[in-house]
Design a protein. Structure first.
Length: 286
């Protein structure tokens, strides 16, 4: 497996030390291939976790909050079991050390992991899914789940709950240059079938952006931080916090995003996401 992390190279899969006087948010995001023609056709191949420690008193400015992160990517499909074991261990560590465990529609990530998990990783994932289902009855002062797709509605006025739309409404720039030329599954195939590192790097950065921006949304949802003004460029946060991890971060396609405040607010949607023209109403036959 390919493991990148801001943490010590000797212990990249363990959570960072928890500082006193802070509230920890652990945000996990999983990527998987999709095949809906067969049962359990989804296969996870990459995940990342972002660790965000915020002051327990007051509300922090997100632009001033440091973060730690770890990214895991399979080097070949046979490593899926090992990756899932690591993901399950990360989820368990998050529940043990963080006050808030978050993800965007995290139930889907957990479901795909469990459906493909080796036997020894299943209990941890089942426990996490149970805790996710019970998140709204949990004590907010103890370790609990918060799902940014379903639990951030009080902050939003828009209808869409896609992560990019939620972030844009909250002033978080999550522009995704990785998807301009091909889809995420297509870039992953270029890595697995052709050994093209750019495909893996694009997906890794996309995945880290998902977990980090979800952590930011969770911080706003839990009132642990305030909305940045005029906005927070998540790509700039990644460029600073993951410098040197991937060559993709040094390409002009990525670096040109670092000076803009929030270009995702005006970025054109892909054809599949653009608003559809309303259907013509049937004329009355009476």
């Amino acid at each position: 497996m390919i493991i990148k992390s801001s943490l010590s190279s000797a212990r990249p899969l363990e959570p960072p030390p928890l500082r006193s006087g802070t509230v920890r948010i652990a945000s996990v995001d999983v990527e998987w291939t999709k095949n809906y023609r067969i049962k359990n056709g989804q296969r996870p191949f990459c995940y990342s976790v972002a660790w965000l420690d915020l002051p327990a008193d007051g509300t922090a400015d997100l632009t001033a909050v440091p973060y730690e992160w770890t990214s895991v990517y399979v080097e070949e499909p046979g490593e899926m079991d090992a990756m899932i074991r690591h993901a399950a261990a990360t989820v368990t560590a998050a529940a043990d050390t963080a006050t808030i465990i978050t993800g965007h529609q995290f139930c889907a990530d957990l479901s795909v992991l469990e459906a493909n998990a080796p036997t020894d990783a299943v209990p941890a994932l089942q426990r996490a899914r149970k805790q996710w289902r019970q998140r709204r009855d949990a004590d907010p002062d103890t370790s609990h789940y918060l799902d940014t797709r379903y639990d951030a509605g009080h902050l939003l006025t828009g209808v869409s709950r896609r992560l990019v739309d939620v972030c844009t409404e909250l002033g978080l720039d999550v522009t995704q240059p990785e998807l301009r030329k091909a889809s995420m599954p297509a870039w992953h195939r270029r890595w697995i079938e052709g050994g093209e590192p750019e495909g893996r790097e694009r997906v890794s950065v996309l995945n880290l952006r998902h977990s980090l921006s979800t952590a930011y949304v969770a911080a706003l949802t839990a009132e642990l931080a305030h909305r940045p003004n005029p906005g927070l460029n998540v790509n700039r946060a990644i460029a600073d916090g993951a410098k040197g991890a991937w060559s993709w971060l040094e390409t002009p396609t990525f670096t040109e995003l670092l000076e803009d405040s929030c270009p995702s607010a005006t970025a054109a949607l892909s054809p599949s996401k653009a608003p559809k023209r309303p259907a013509r109403r049937r004329s009355s036959t009476r």
